[in-house]
Design a protein around this ligand. Structure first.
Ligand SMILES: Nc1ncnc2c1ncn2[C@@H]1O[C@H](COP(=O)(O)OP(=O)(O)OP(=O)(O)O)[C@@H](O)[C@H]1O
Length: 304
C-alpha cells in the first residue's frame, strides 16, 4: 500500500506560489533594514509556496561582517502582515530550541511598491527531501532523523508551539551532514493553552505533529509522500496510524513498530515526546546489519 497524504494547507492554496513568480531580487542587489543592516543578494537557494530564498552577505550597521546567510523573502499585501509577523514571533520564541535553524535578523521593507518580510537565517545545505531522491536511508539514520525531530517537538511542546508542517523538505543538513535542523515555521501556531486545559485536549493539539513523525519515518524508507491534514479527530489520527502500521509491515520497517504502537496509545491519553523517543530507540534491537546504506563517497558522516 502506498501512503499518500495531503499536507499543504488552505493558506498555501490561496497564495500565489512564490516559486512561480519572477525573482523578487537580483544578484548583487543590496537590501537595507531600518536599523542599517545590509544584505547583499547572491545566488538563489530555493523557493516554496510562500518565500524565495537567496544566499546573502550580511553586514551589520557598525560594519561587522556576519558572513553568509540564507535570506527568505516573503511577499504580503499592505496591512496583511499578520502571517509574517506570527512567523517572526514564533521563530523568536524558538531561538533556544536545539536543531531549529537560527533566525539572525528579520524586518519588513518595501520594494517596487511591494511589501516584504526579510528573514535572515543561518545558511544550511541539502534537505532530507533531496537526500531521499532515488534512494532510501538506512535504519540507524532513519531512527536518528526521527529521534532528532521528536526532541525538537518536545521542546516546542514546552514552548506551546505546534509546527503543523513536517515533511522531508523542512529538514536541512549542514554541509558535512553532521547536523540536521528543522526550518520553515510558516505554518506553525501557538497553542491556545487556556482553551486546552485537559490532558486530552493538549494531546489533540499536538497530535498532528506527533503523527507526522511516523509518516516521516515511512518516507525515509519508501517512496511514499508524507502528507496529512492537521485538523483531525483523535480516532481519525488513530486510523491513520493503523495505515502506517500496514505500510511498516509491507516495507520491512518493523523497527518502527513499537514507536507507532506507543504513539497510538498516546493519541488516546497523554502525549510524551520523551517516551516516544524511548519507544523509537527500542526499535534498534531489530536493526538488520544487511539493511541498505546510502553511504557513498558523496554522502559522508551524518548518515554513516
Ligand atoms: N537556512 C537555509 N539554508 C539554505 N537553504 C534554505 C534555507 N532555508 C530555506 N532554504 C531553501 O529554500 C527553500 C524554500 O524555503 P522554505 O521552505 O522556508 O520556503 P516556503 O515558501 O515556506 O516553503 P514551503 O512551500 O515548504 O512552505 C527550501 O526548500 C530550501 O531549499
Amino acid at each position: 500500500m502506498k501512503v499518500v497524504y495531503v499536507f499543504r494547507k488552505l493558506r498555501k492554496l490561496c497564495t500565489m506560489n512564490a516559486s512561480d513568480q519572477d525573482d523578487y531580487v537580483r544578484r548583487g542587489q543590496i537590501l537595507l533594514s531600518g536599523s542599517g543592516s545590509k544584505f547583499e543578494i547572491g545566488e538563489k537557494l530555493g523557493s516554496g509556496a510562500f518565500g524565495q530564498v537567496y544566499q546573502s552577505r550580511y553586514t551589520k550597521k557598525n560594519g561587522t561582517e556576519e558572513g553568509i546567510v540564507a535570506v527568505k523573502l516573503v511577499k504580503y499585501e499592505e496591512g496583511e502582515d499578520a502571517d509574517v509577523q506570527r512567523e517572526r514571533e514564533i521563530l523568536n520564541l524558538c531561538a533556544p530550541v536545539e536543531n531549529v535553524i537560527t533566525l539572525k535578523k528579520a524586518f519588513t521593507f518595501i520594494l517596487d511598491e511591494q511589501h516584504f518580510m526579510l528573514f535572515a537565517f543561518e545558511k544550511y545545505g541539502l534537505s532530507l527531501e533531496s537526500m531521499l531522491k532515488d534512494r532510501i536511508i538506512n535504519v540507524p539514520n532513519t531512527l536518528k532523523v526521527g529521534y532528532i525531530v521528536l526532541g525538537i517537538f518536545e521542546h516546542l511542546q514546552k514552548l506551546g508551539i505546534v509546527f503543523r508542517d513536517l515533511h522531508p523538505g523542512q529538514l536541512l543538513f549542514c554541509s558535512d551532514l553532521v547536523h540536521m535542523k528543522l526550518t520553515d515555521f510558516g505554518m506553525a501556531q501557538q497553542a491556545k493553552r487556556n482553551k486546552n486545559t485537559t490532558k486530552e485536549a493538549n494531546t489533540y493539539v499536538y497530535a498532528f505533529d506527533a503523527a507526522s513523525v511516523a509518516f516521516l519515518l515511512v518516507c525515509c524508507r519508501t517512496d511514499a509522500k508524507v502528507m496529512d491534514k492537521p485538523e483531525l479527530t483523535t480516532s481519525a489520527f488513530v486510523n491513520e496510524l493503523r495505515g502506517v502500521k500496514d505500510t511498516l509491515l509491507q516495507n520491512n520497517m518493523m523497527f518502527a513498530y513499537e514507536f507507532v504502537d506507543e504513539l497510538t496509545r498516546q493519541m488516546r491519553g497523554n502525549l510524551s515526546y520523551a517516551k516516544l523517543q524511548r519507544a523509537l530507540s527500542a526499535g534498534l534491537v531489530t536493526f538488520d546489519p544487511d539493511d541498505k546504506f546510502i553511504l557513498t563517497d558523496s554522502v559522508p558522516s551524518m548518515l554513516a
